[in-house]
Unconditional design. Structure first.
Length: 205
């Protein structure tokens, strides 16, 4: 499982937990389904991947559904998926997915609401200090473009927040033990940061 822009430079699925067998895990913005499939296949998790792009869900289903009965792929936006009644999740993750592309004041409370007490939220976003970028001073979104294999160019809004602002938001919505990690790209100067990765735990009720 890859969380960063440079394969092999970050943690794997152990970031979520040491033993994920039987865990209900939701990936928000699963793309072609690689990480959702990895969690189901290699870690025996009951993994659900959702993505708002029907093209990506078709790719995920064609690649993985015939082989994996414990991986489910659904076409939906994150807010709608999180509002569907159902059992709580043990973990919710986003790898350059929905987190950062939806207003965190709306998305993060819904995520925490759907986690069991002690459940894990882990997500990676483009580093706000990557070359040519800076965090939004007032927390407002900026226009961006997602490139989906095909290729499709999808206009989006991106919340470019620094690590402290993300940590503050996570604490306010009821998580604790917030861990912040930063990753660059091998072969580039250390200051050329590329990925911001956060992990938090829902506070026990």
């Amino acid at each position: 499982m890859e969380w960063t822009t440079a394969p092999g430079t970050g943690p794997g699925a152990e970031l979520i937990g040491d033993d994920l067998q039987g865990w209900r895990i939701l990936e928000l913005g699963c793309g072609a389904g690689h990480n959702t499939a990895h969690l189901a296949d290699r870690h025996a998790a009951r993994a659900v991947g959702i993505d708002a792009c029907a093209h990506q869900i078709r790719r995920a289903r064609s690649c993985y559904t015939p082989q994996l009965s414990t991986a489910v792929f659904r076409c939906s936006d994150a807010l709608t998926a999180l509002r569907v009644p159902g059992p709580d999740y043990d973990a919710i993750c986003s790898v350059f997915g929905a987190v950062g592309l939806i207003d965190p004041d709306h998305l993060l409370p819904l995520i925490v609401r759907r986690l069991r007490p002690g459940g894990v939220l882990a997500f990676s976003v483009p580093h706000p200090f990557r070359p040519g970028h800076r965090p939004s001073p007032d927390g407002s979104p900026v226009p961006d473009t997602l490139v989906v294999p095909g290729p499709l160019h999808l206009p989006v809004s991106r919340w470019e927040l620094d690590a402290n602002r993300w940590a503050d938001l996570l604490t306010r919505v009821g998580t604790q033990s917030v861990r912040i990690m930063e990753f660059g790209v091998p072969g580039r100067p250390p200051a050329a940061r590329a990925t911001l990765l956060l992990r938090a735990i829902k506070a026990s009720e």
